[in-house]
Ligand binder design. Structure first.
Ligand SMILES: C[S@@+](CC[C@H](N)C(=O)[O-])C[C@H]1O[C@@H](n2cnc3c(N)ncnc32)[C@H](O)[C@@H]1O
Length: 219
């Protein structure tokens, strides 16, 4: 399907900061990137894991894994018989994730962009884009690719631990490589998802953050 049919915005944004990987490399040591989740995030994490449902045994894809804060939780969740394929464009983030996750044999860490995901990775039960969706250079294209990576009935979850208005405010004010990385309104996301067979079943935007979950209805 042609992404242009579902997207009234330019599909490839003219990004004045093309080297986003370098931007995130420089953020590896920042608290937001490195600190493991604690009591402050407990309620948010609990809601995320309620929406994903049980993870045991799942084959899970996590683009934009950063230093692996959520990956660690997901690896515990899928357990010995499951697998987490986690990836990021930033070599620094991937290196930090490798250190954090060294004890997990069920995690496959990769350096790469969601836009370059290969079908050779196989299909997944669940894709979780945690605090990364607005950063994709081609958000519609990413949805098309991620839908293709899901098995029929598989699920896509897009989550942030802050609400939509705050996500966009933080990025705009950053005045850096992420200044144009905005989360579209809910209706736009529903339309974009629907074009690739993803039926949105949960959409929250409140004090616990932003959370969208969709199920792939057709291959
Ligand atoms: C805000 S950080 C979130 C990291 C992690 N998910 C977390 O919550 O701690 C966004 C991450 O997405 C990565 N990223 C940005 N664009 C990407 C893309 N097109 N494909 C894969 N990863 C990307 C960045 O390098 C960065 O590590």
């Amino acid at each position: 399907m042609e992404p242009k049919t579902v997207n009234s915005e330019p599909n490839h944004r003219d990004d004045p900061y093309p080297d986003k990987a370098a931007f995130f490399d420089a953020q590896v040591e920042a608290d937001w990137a490195m600190q493991a989740y604690g009591t402050a995030e407990a309620e948010k994490l609990e809601r995320l894991l309620t929406v994903t449902g049980p993870l045991t045994g799942l084959r899970l894809l996590e683009p934009g894994c950063g230093t692996g804060r959520l990956t660690e939780v997901l690896a515990e969740g899928v357990g010995f018989h499951g697998r987490v394929v986690a990836m990021d464009i930033s070599p620094g983030m991937v290196a930090a994730a490798r250190s954090r996750l060294f004890r997990f044999a069920n995690v496959d860490l990769r350096l790469g962009a969601v836009e370059a995901l290969s079908d050779r990775l196989g299909i997944f039960d669940l894709v979780i884009c945690h605090q990364v969706f607005p950063h994709f250079a081609d958000r519609v294209g990413a949805l098309e690719i991620l839908a293709r990576m899901l098995k029929p009935g598989g699920r896509l979850v897009i989550s942030h631990f802050i609400p939509l208005a705050e996500i966009n405010d933080v990025h705009r004010k950053a005045g850096t490589a992420v200044a144009n990385d905005l989360m579209p309104p809910g209706e736009t996301m529903r339309r974009w998802c629907g074009a690739y067979g993803l039926a949105v079943e949960h959409w929250h935007d409140d004090a616990l953050g932003y959370l969208l979950a969709a199920t792939l209805k057709w291959p």
